[in-house]
Design a protein around this ligand. Structure first.
Ligand code: NI
Length: 266
């Protein structure tokens, strides 16, 4: 399990220089960083479907705990935990419901999925993994028109879309508000879709995130500047009326967090 998390982290840092900078900034402030969760994206087909990923994660002790639906974005998701090690970072995996996408999106994605099926038949599934060809800039632009999620996934493959710092485990920065202030002071751009802070103490979870890094990406035919991955921050509270900390996710907040990779966002 630790090797899996390490591999996902190293791969994520190659696309997310801001995460490294923020990680180092916190470390300089005397913090030891604990991850709340890691998020991945996939398509709802065959060897890479959410249920196949669930089977893969089971070998590391991860079990699906809760299911989530995002109607507008056409997504279904599970959050996974290690029941024997509740301090292990949770893993949040969502899948795009391809049959709900326009035919042109399905056509491109079905081709990529066929390549993934073949790669996994030969080498097995492992994460992180880029199981298909580099798409063209035109394909990216077409996918983007219909689904930012599909465009991101087709471009980057099966890898961490974000890591999330557990604010509860920080010792110097006492709240999510304090984390956000420090980030803004250091000129990091925060995702303001749905407000800088998503959620509240009433729903027992507050989240914020940076905007995904802008990277010059070499598509098969030409380069485009696009958004890669982002860094998220989560502060958890007790379930109202109990002394038990909430371990799940809030769909309305996650819906806005997805927009951290929106190209158009400033
Ligand atoms: Ni997240």
């Amino acid at each position: 399990m630790h090797q899996l998390l390490e591999n996902l982290w190293e791969d994520y840092l190659t696309l997310t220089p801001d995460a490294k900078r923020i990680h180092d900034l916190f470390a300089t402030n005397g913090e030891t960083i604990v991850n709340d969760h890691i998020a991945l994206r996939t398509f709802n087909r065959g060897a890479i479907a959410l249920d196949a990923i669930a089977e893969y994660l089971a070998q590391f002790g991860y079990k699906a705990v809760d299911e989530y639906h995002f109607e507008a974005k056409k997504l279904r998701a599970y959050h996974f935990e290690v029941p024997t090690d509740l301090d292990a970072p949770k893993i949040f995996v969502s899948e795009l419901l391809l049959e709900e996408m326009p035919q042109a999106v399905q056509d491109i994605c079905e081709g990529l999925i066929a390549e993934a099926e073949q790669a996994i038949a030969e080498k097995g599934l492992s994460l992180p993994m880029m199981p298909w060809r580099t798409i063209s800039a035109g394909e990216y632009e077409l996918l983007l028109k219909h689904s930012e999620y599909a465009a991101w996934l087709a471009t980057f493959g099966l890898r961490a879309n974000h890591f999330t710092v557990s604010v509860n485990h920080l010792t110097q920065l006492a709240s999510l508000e304090a984390v956000n202030e420090l980030l803004k002071e250091k000129s990091f751009a925060l995702n303001v879709s749905g407000g800088e802070i998503k959620g509240s103490e009433e729903v027992a979870l507050k989240q914020s995130s940076t905007m995904a890094n802008l990277v010059k990406w070499s598509f098969s035919d030409r380069e485009l500047t696009i958004r890669s991955c982002f860094y998220e921050f989560a502060e958890r509270f007790n379930i109202p009326g109990t002394d038990q900390q909430y371990r799940g996710f809030v769909a309305a907040s996650a819906d806005k967090i997805f927009e951290s990779t929106n190209v158009a966002a400033a």
